[in-house]
Design a protein around this ligand. Structure first.
Ligand SMILES: C[S@@+](CC[C@H](N)C(=O)[O-])C[C@H]1O[C@@H](n2cnc3c(N)ncnc32)[C@H](O)[C@@H]1O
Length: 253
């Protein structure tokens, strides 16, 4: 009903099944990286990018490769390169380098620092980001709102359960946050407005946004990041400190 209502309003309605179409549209003749390529899909989107004509394809994940991935790679005579790594770490970013198209589905809400994850995606992205992520509905009168899930009690977590939409288990929501589950936990419920602001701050222009009740798919262009906090050198930092003290502008908050 929600889908039909939004479609009638003329809004682009998203769907997980649209992801292969986005890949086909953007991957041909481009280098491509699928970040979070493994769980339940065994690198399928990386292989689809290769089939669509991507020139070089990376699949990145914090576990794997699974036997299914290796089997697909063998039977398709594929050159998809698997990188075992956490994309929010500099060493993983360096191993991937820069690719034309970055695809990242189902990862952002699993990271405790979504801005850092988006900045990492921007670092490896030359042209286009295709991102799908779980979101929460907008909170009227509170743009850019977000909810941090860990450590909520069972009653508070119940509100964010997507069981009725067919999501059987949400680690950290269906049960208590478990440190041992790492990035398997659900960390952030971002509203679409919050997601868009994070993307813009990380250096992405949102060209297309398809909405679902609890998810967003965005196609973005990499642009100059508006936030670039440069750490000064030691001498420069000391000079700044002297100027600030002389001006008397720094007061305890
Ligand atoms: C919910 S699954 C999504 C799988 C697939 N992309 C899809 O859309 O169906 C999230 C995947 O991202 C991986 N992942 C989570 N955090 C990651 C990180 N920081 N760096 C790389 N991979 C990560 C997980 O191991 C898992 O394979």
């Amino acid at each position: 009903m929600w889908r039909q209502w939004r479609a009638r309003l003329g809004e682009p309605v998203g769907n997980y099944n649209d992801l292969p179409g986005h890949i086909r549209k953007h991957a041909s003749g481009k280098s491509f990286a699928d970040i979070g390529c493994m769980w339940g899909v065994n690198g399928e989107y990386a292989f689809q990018a290769e089939e669509a004509g991507a020139t070089r394809v990376f699949g990145v994940d914090v576990f794997g490769p699974t036997p299914e991935f290796e089997e697909k790679r063998r039977t398709r005579n594929s050159k998809v390169e698997f990188v075992l790594g956490d994309i929010s770490r500099a060493d993983t970013v360096a191993r991937v380098g820069v690719v034309d198209v970055v695809f990242c589905a189902g990862v952002l809400y699993h990271h405790p620092s979504p801005f850092d994850l988006l900045v990492a995606l921007r670092r490896i992205c030359r042209e286009t980001l295709i991102l799908r992520t779980s979101t929460i509905p907008e909170v009227q009168g509170l743009p850019n709102a977000a909810v941090y899930f860990p450590m909520m009690d069972a009653r508070a977590r119940e509100l964010w359960s997507l069981k009725r939409l067919g999501v059987l288990h949400q680690a950290g929501i269906s049960n208590e946050f478990q440190a041992s589950d790492g990035y398997g936990n659900w960390f952030w419920g971002l509203t679409p407005s919050c997601l868009e602001s994070l993307l813009k701050t990380a250096g992405f222009r949102v060209d297309h946004r398809a909405t679902e009740a609890f998810a967003q798919t965005v196609i973005c262009t990499a642009v100059d990041a508006p936030l670039d906090h440069r750490l000064p050198g030691e001498d420069e930092a000391r000079e700044m400190a002297a100027e600030i003290s002389a001006a008397g502008v720094a007061r305890p908050a």
